[in-house]
Ligand binder design. Structure first.
Ligand code: SIN
Length: 532
């Protein structure tokens, strides 16, 4: 018998309100919004978010969105930078779609009314690590994601074909024999179940940050989409590749708030406790090296000095530029007593972005019929082993749009009356807060920047043991379901990380420190692997 649950709850669907739409989109970040706006051209759309619509990783994106729009830039250069950063694991066809269509989609954002920052009337591009050109569009200084999602959400609200469901948690996809028919929701406004049946369903639920103790991600990033699709039988790819952001605020009691890579793009240095700039010792591109290189360099520096953090130093930059470009970062740091124009900012790497995900083709189709995925939840192949900075909003925009434009064959009504858990609840008393803390602790310790077979094996075994009773439990509130999703997703990550016996990009194995050409391929995991 499976240790994974096909469904989280046993529900008699005849007792649950039914809504129908042409398209169901789960998630309200940039990918979900792009998908909904595209799908609404051809029919009704339900756009559901488990929390408030503006609460997504996209909203908190600071640095910007990369697009080859500057006069001195080309599609070829952006493709080249993306492939180089990806450590040999990017799928070039997908990268070409990303970069090429990205230009069109960004122009559409401008036409929609997103006010990207300008100098003398022309778009002001900034630079980030591993980009050979200044090609990052930004808005309101360092509040790019908020500017984009606000505008897109306004468009969605005005669109008569789009029905918005806030505080609707997607419990499970309705699926049978490899076909998806929609999803079952817990409407947390009223504490009741409801279901939406749709011709096609798009999962755009964001990333995994909350699986780890230290993350830049908001509380909603609980890995739901990976687990939803995994339970429905979809293939997940490259789940071992999770990206750490090199510079997150490191102060006792403060969240691991992102200090954008654009800060280094505008010239900030990384210094150690002794005030020495150390990145040039580790890499030719210094502070503007790819993210994996900067993270590893910071850890090497910390190991050699014995310190717990390094610092971002902006003191040599024009204070007026710093205030104009980084108002959000300046405000948050000021809340903790730091003036970023005169105080070095204490920073340390933290989990930021999932590069693996639900396997999709160039049209955002998953391996389950009528089921699509886009954004951070999806694996499109564009990021490889290490995502190029600011390619993530772009990916959500481009592949969200592609998903929304789908025209799949209609699946008909959901044939099954009752989603079934494969194990019955065992009545164990579970402390969800303790489970979540225990999970975050083990992933942070064993699935972090440096990994070993011993630690990964321990993680796989421990998570498997916890799953036996945690997944059997039938919770009634969102936090319980989220813990189940995080546990399932963490298992897929640990299994994949153990399997990949090499170091590449963000996946660093202390026991396999070199890149192995025979591993220049994607890892894959499905629920049937767990059932053997
Ligand atoms: C940042 O502003 O550093 C984050 C941008 C990204 O993750 O691509």
């Amino acid at each position: 018998m499976s240790l994974q649950e096909r469904y989280l709850v046993d529900v008699d669907l005849t007792t649950v309100s039914l809504y129908t739409a042409r398209c169901l989109v789960i998630g309200s970040g940039i990918a979900g919004l792009a998908a909904a706006l595209a799908a609404a051209r051809k029919g009704t759309v339900f756009l559901a978010s488990k929390c408030e619509f503006m609460e997504s990783n996209s909203t908190y994106a600071q640095g910007g969105i990369a697009a080859a729009l500057a006069d001195d830039d080309t599609v070829e250069l952006h493709v080249k930078d993306t492939l180089e950063a990806g450590g040999g694991l990017c799928d070039e066809d997908a990268v070409r779609v990303l970069v090429d269509e990205g230009r069109v989609r960004c122009q559409e954002l401008i036409d929609m009314g997103v006010h990207f920052d300008r100098t003398d009337g022309k778009i002001a591009f900034t630079r980030e690590g591993a980009h050979s050109r200044r090609r990052i569009l930004h808005a309101d200084g360092d509040a790019t994601g908020r500017a984009i999602t606000t505008t897109m959400l306004e468009q969605a609200k005005r669109n008569p074909n789009i029905h918005l469901l806030e505080n609707h948690f997607a419990m499970d996809l309705l699926h049978e024999n490899g076909v998806c028919y929609g999803a079952l929701f817990l409407d947390t406004n009223y504490g009741r179940y409801m279901r939406v049946e749709a011709e096609f369903t798009i999962v755009a639920t964001g990333g995994v940050g909350q699986v780890f103790r230290e993350t830049t991600n908001p509380a909603c990033a609980t890995a739901d989409g990976y687990a939803l699709c995994f339970r429905a039988g979809a293939e997940l790819k490259d789940m071992e590749f999770v990206q750490f952001h090199p510079t997150t605020l490191y102060l006792a009691g403060a969240p691991r708030f992102l200090i954008s890579e654009a800060v280094r793009g505008e010239g900030a240095y990384l210094i150690n406790q002794a005030g020495e700039r150390f990145m040039p010792r580790y890499s030719e591109k210094a502070e503007l090296s790819p993210r994996d290189v900067v993270c590893q360099s910071i850890f090497k520096e910390l190991n050699s000095t014995g310190d717990t953090c390094v610092y971002l130093d902006l003191r040599h930059l024009d204070p007026a530029l710093v205030a104009k470009r980084f108002p959000t970062i300046g405000k948050v740091c000021a809340d903790y007593g730091l003036d970023i124009r005169s105080d070095p900012i204490p920073v340390r790497p933290a989990v930021h972005y999932m590069m693996g995900g639900v396997a999709t083709n160039l049209n955002a189709e998953t391996t389950v019929k009528n089921l699509y995925a886009a954004g951070e939840a999806a694996f499109t192949g564009v990021h490889g082993a290490n995502r190029l900075a600011s390619n993530s909003l772009l990916e959500g925009l481009v592949f969200g749009h592609r998903a929304g434009m789908a025209e799949p064959e209609k699946p008909g009504p959901f044939p099954s009356g009752r989603p079934r858990k494969s194990l019955s609840a065992n009545g164990a008393r579970l402390d969800v807060g303790d489970l979540s803390a225990s999970l975050k602790a083990i992933t942070w310790r064993n699935l972090g920047v440096y990994r070993t077979a011993i630690r990964l094996t321990e993680t796989v075994e421990t998570l498997k043991a916890w799953s036996r009773y945690v997944l059997a439990e039938e919770f009634h509130m969102r936090p319980g379901f989220e813990v189940q999703n995080m546990l399932t997703t963490a298992q897929t990550m640990a299994v994949s990380a153990l399997l990949r016996t090499e170091s590449r990009g963000a996946h660093q194995r202390v026991d396999y420190p070199y890149t192995d050409p025979s591993w220049q391929r994607h890892s894959s995991v499905t629920i049937s692997d767990f059932e053997q």
